[in-house]
Design a protein around this ligand. Structure first.
Ligand SMILES: [Zn+2]
Length: 237
């Protein structure tokens, strides 16, 4: 862990969290509903794309600092681990996107297309630049295969157990597969397994605390992101 890079990551994470706060708020709506454009407290229209609080009543959009501090922690860990490497931008991008998607999934049980779909060309471009810089085109090929493999595996799971995983999970799995495939097949498998382990542990804890029952469906995005990040940080790449 490189402390200087970690500090840079923490600062960038705070900035990214603030910059994405309004986007996360806007997209945190039930499936099929229009994007949120008004403050939930005072109904004032939200005009600015970059905002952390309502201009009218001054209340925070969502839990104050939660998004900022989570992104700061995630980017501190990612930059502390990958800082100075050509692939650090791609992993940082995944970290920021993943936290934003997890926040929306926790709030509304969905992973919106306006965030997941553009992430494919962006992440592939960032990995292609990293491949050019490191002359590692095998890793780029593995990333593309990894994305296909993980999205395919989630598609099969969604078909076998309808209602547990949705289209958003499949799209996010493809993005996670791109990043994990770049690091290697062991990282891809570790990320896939860790997502289900984390999900099972949290489900058991929630059942024990009587917050959910065995039949409840809990959102999977945060576990997919968490498992992917854990596999990235512990990979031997
Ligand atoms: Zn307001």
């Amino acid at each position: 862990m490189n402390v200087t890079w970690a500090a840079v990551g923490a600062v960038l994470g705070l900035l990214a969290g603030g910059a994405l706060k309004a986007t996360v708020f806007r997209l945190s709506v039930a499936p099929g509903e229009p994007e949120r454009t008004a403050c939930p407290h005072c109904d004032a229209p939200m005009r600015r794309r970059l905002a952390v609080r309502c201009a009218q009543c001054g209340r925070s959009l969502g839990t104050p600092l939660a998004l900022e501090l989570t992104m700061a922690a995630v980017l501190a860990l990612l930059l502390g681990r990958f800082g100075g490497q050509p692939d650090v931008v791609a992993f940082g991008f995944f970290g920021v996107l993943g936290v934003a998607l997890a926040a929306i999934d926790i709030a509304t049980q969905r992973l919106p297309d306006p965030l997941t779909l553009p992430a494919y060309p962006i992440l592939i471009a960032l990995l292609a630049v990293a491949a050019l810089a490191s002359h590692d085109f095998a890793a780029l090929g593995r990333a593309l295969l990894g994305g296909l493999a993980l999205a395919g595996a989630y598609l099969v799971l969604a078909l076998v157990r309808p209602g547990q995983l949705g289209g958003g999970d499949i799209k996010l799995a493809g993005i996670a597969g791109l990043a994990l495939g770049w690091l290697g097949w062991p990282a891809l498998i570790a990320g896939a397994v860790l997502a289900f382990v984390l999900s099972a542990l949290v489900s058991l804890a929630l059942i024990a605390a009587r917050r959910i029952t065995l039949r409840s469906a809990i959102c999977f995005g945060p576990f997919l992101v968490g498992g992917t990040l854990l596999a990235m940080l512990t990979s031997g790449h």
